[in-house]
Design a protein around this ligand. Structure first.
Ligand code: HEC
Length: 130
């Protein structure tokens, strides 16, 4: 008698497919250490447009110019350093967005008069870029 190859019962196949989907969803979700209380990523995207960040940066999901003066901000949530100098975490990112020259006096990115609350919305959007 020829042994039949082992085949997972349909219920297991469905469960493993769901597990794969759940893991994929986890990767897209903002991890706890990058969450900013009260910040709204959608408002952040609108602010990125209105402050003209796109003249210097390409930002996925925000339509407009695709500037190349600064680095593209795709997958920014995975970057470990901001501009290669400070740890990429919410408080430093908010301060960077408000006043980059306070970290790097020679940087080409100017302070643009962005309020802390606006910078928090913008940071929340940047942390959706995974
Ligand atoms: C005049 C051009 C210019 C504008 C406008 C500008 N940036 Fe930048 N940005 C830069 C440059 C250049 C760098 C690289 C800085 C460095 O390495 O010193 C940078 C770096 C950054 C970084 C760090 C990137 C990384 O890879 O670590 C972030 C985040 C960022 N900018 C966000 C913004 C946001 C948000 C805005 C709009 C509020 C903005 N920038 C507007 C030029 C600009």
């Amino acid at each position: 008698m020829v042994p039949r190859p082992m085949e997972a019962p349909p219920v297991l196949r469905v469960l493993s497919a769901l597990l794969v989907l759940a893991l994929a969803a986890c990767d897209r979700e903002t991890p706890v250490q990058q969450r900013i209380a009260g910040a709204d990523p959608d408002r952040g995207a609108a602010l990125i447009r209105s402050y003209g960040c796109l003249t210097c940066h390409t930002v996925p999901g925000v339509p407009g110019p695709r500037g190349v003066v600064g680095p593209p901000l795709d997958r920014f949530a995975h970057r470990s350093l901001i501009a290669g100098i400070v740890a990429n975490q919410p408080d430093t990112l908010v301060r960077w967005i408000m006043d980059p020259p306070s970290f790097a006096p020679q940087t080409g990115m100017p302070a643009m008069g962005i309020s802390m609350q606006e910078a928090e919305h913008i940071a929340a959007y940047l942390y959706t870029l995974r």
